[in-house]
Design a protein around this ligand. Structure first.
Ligand code: F6R
Length: 605
């Protein structure tokens, strides 16, 4: 989603801002812009529709030492140069992530202004300008006054030609970080844009305003009162941000999984002692033992990770009910939280607006909230009472892959630790620990063995525009996740369905325009799953079966995963379906890492 960068210091701002915007490209955007101001207050504004490379072409070199930049993912108004940020009104330039909900009301009151764009951001810029008319008003005061009138979510950076050398930044619901270094200050909506400049940063909290000058930051609240800021050390693994010899981040991240999963499990699964250790839950054994209900709240792929984990957690506990809730629904629904509930918020970015809103609601109701988060220092990680960082490393490709695998593993660990306090038998615990321990190697083996088959199948099936993905029990969430992965990378219309649900309606769709991917785990349900496959085959369906079974399966294609795993096979099927989605995207000529219309971090609802 949109990205913000800002720089004030003694180096040339343009290069630093462009470099920062390039680092934010992975978030997804459709236009970009930069404004810098020289010491006399003379601005240089450049904006372009499309990629940062287009912006760069449109720019003229200016040696200014202060500026702000933005990558925009359109919300109000189409992607275009005029709607790109920075938005200028009078002396004021604003870049903004988020949505100003009352922008129409505000706009109708700002009658003196002739608005040029369709953006809510221009309205905010006008509002600030209207409060900045008197020469004795400082930019920081105009910004604070304006923000008091605004409803909605924002991360903003503002500069003025009247006060060159100052950037005012503020946050409400949309992340913003101020990087501090000797003689220079940087602003970014995502820590990756600070890499190479500083590892010291202040994470703004909602309602905080940072007044930034070269090498200095002063923090205020919306009552203009000073607030103290904590400077933290940010950890960004630069290697995670590179393609490492692969053509696309997506492929690199699929192949990262053995290592990223090892990082999730490292120090937490101690196989030779049959021990699990989770430091950050901040819950006593007694508190864990009392848990009867678990809400897993997430969006998209993270919700499917939650759904898969829910099947396991209910398997190895007798008295725990797990409810998996899509955050955008839960947030506006009437729902009851029974006694002895905890809520787990699963998020790669840790910034997903709907998930964060549900977290705030659960906290308001006094529910114990845990996080399963990848991005260290993100909003969700900071708001929860405890939890597990998945440590999968930066995920750059918009389609989530390695985060999913690590999220499932982290949720299993939480579930197992809880089950242990409730008296889980040693044998079951040992089985899960043994499988988790070898899972990274099994994933490595599967990726190696199935890569060529997945590629060949994508070459054969890429002309289809419709597909079904089906599974049962723990392969049902894998079908949903596989369907989502194929949709977003290949723009194929795919439906994920429980295998047993097809004949309740959807099977009517099966014809030559469809292909189907069926996940068949060789467990107690294998015969039922195969019957569903045969039903579709009997109607002329083009079926790819992904299985670990050595039974004869007579579908159009079969991918057999050779594994010793019994419980966690769905995670191996999932990496096969990730490979297939990747090769389908390549075969269809799509933008693999930044699929159309999508953003990496969904910070608006
Ligand atoms: C799909 C995908 C999305 C995210 C969803 C939640 O590949 O990436 O469905 O899973 O937007 O994002 P996070 O995990 O950052 O909360």
């Amino acid at each position: 989603m949109c990205g913000i960068v800002g720089y004030v210091g003694d180096r040339e701002a343009q290069d630093i801002l462009l470099g920062g915007l390039r680092r934010l490209e992975y978030r997804g955007y459709d236009s970009a812009g930069i404004v810098t101001v020289d010491v006399e207050g003379e601005p240089s504004l450049f904006r372009a529709k499309g990629k940062v490379a287009e912006l760069e072409k449109a720019m003229k070199d200016k040696p200014d030492r202060v500026g702000i930049g933005h990558t925009r993912w359109a919300t109000h108004g189409e992607p275009s140069e005029v709607n790109a940020h920075p938005q200028r009104v009078g002396d004021v330039y604003v870049v903004h992530n988020g949505i100003i909900e009352n922008y129409k009301e505000l706009k109708s009151e700002l009658k003196a202004y002739d608005f040029k764009s369709q953006t809510d951001t221009e309205v905010l810029a006008a509002l600030i300008d209207s409060l900045y008319q008197r020469s004795d008003v400082k930019l920081e005061n105009a910004v604070v006054q304006a923000l008091k009138l605004v409803r909605g979510a924002y991360g903003i950076a503002v500069i003025s030609t009247r006060e060159p050398g100052t950037i005012v930044a503020a946050r409400m619901g949309s992340p913003l970080i101020v990087g501090v270094a000797d003689d220079e200050t940087l602003i970014a909506s995502d820590a990756s844009a600070l890499v190479g400049h500083t590892d010291k940063a202040i994470y703004l909290n909602d309602g905080e305003v940072a007044v930034c000058t070269a090498g200095d930051v002063r923090m205020l609240d919306l009552a203009s009162q000073p607030v103290s800021a904590k400077v933290e050390t940010i950890e960004i693994d630069l290697q995670s941000m590179q393609k490492g010899g692969f053509d696309h981040y997506l492929m690199k991240e699929i192949f990262d999984q053995p290592d990223s999963l090892r990082a999730t499990l490292n120090g937490r699964v101690i196989k030779d002692q049959d021990l699990l250790r989770l430091g950050g839950l901040n819950m006593s054994d007694d508190e864990l033992r009392k848990v009867k209900n678990v809400f897993i709240v997430a969006c998209g792929t993270a919700s499917y990770a939650g759904l898969l984990a829910s099947y396991y957690i209910e398997r190895f506990t007798d008295d725990v009910t797990v409810r998996v809730e899509v955050a955008s629904e839960l947030r506006y629904r009437s729902f009851n939280v029974p006694e002895n509930s905890i809520a787990i918020f699963v998020s790669q970015s840790g910034e997903t607006a709907d998930t964060l809103a549900c977290l705030k609601e659960m906290k308001r109701r006094g529910v114990r909230c845990l996080g399963v988060v990848n991005a260290v220092g993100s909003s969700i990680a900071r708001e929860v009472d405890g939890g597990v960082y998945v440590h999968a490393g930066a995920e750059v490709s918009v389609a989530s892959t390695k985060a999913f695998t690590s999220q499932v593993a982290a949720l299993l660990l939480i579930g197992l630790v809880m089950a242990q306090t409730k008296g889980l038998d040693q044998k079951t615990l040992r089985e899960y620990i043994a499988e988790l321990d070898v899972l990274p190697d099994e994933i490595a083996k599967t990726l190696e063995a199935k890569n060529d088959e997945a590629k060949a199948l994508a070459e054969k099936y890429n002309h289809y525009d419709h597909a079904f993905y089906i599974g049962r029990d723990t392969t049902f969430p894998v079908a949903l996740e596989g369907a989502l992965k194929l949709k977003e990378t290949s723009y194929v219309h795919v439906e994920g369905q429980p295998a047993g649900e097809l004949k309740h309606g959807s099977i009517a769709l099966i014809d030559d325009r469809f292909f189907m991917v069926a996940f068949v785990d060789d467990n107690w349900l294998v015969e039922k799953s195969l019957s569903n496959v045969i039903e579709v085959q009997a109607r002329g369906g083009h079926i790819i079966t992904v299985t670990n079974s050595d039974r004869p399966i007579d579908t159009e294609a079969v991918i057999t995963v050779d594994t010793s795993l019994k419980l966690l096979t769905p995670l191996l099927f999932n990496v096969v379906s990730q490979l297939f989605a990747y090769y389908m995207a390549v075969a269809r000529g799509n933008d693999v890492d930044q699929p159309r219309n999508l953003a990496k971090s969904v910070t608006v609802e």
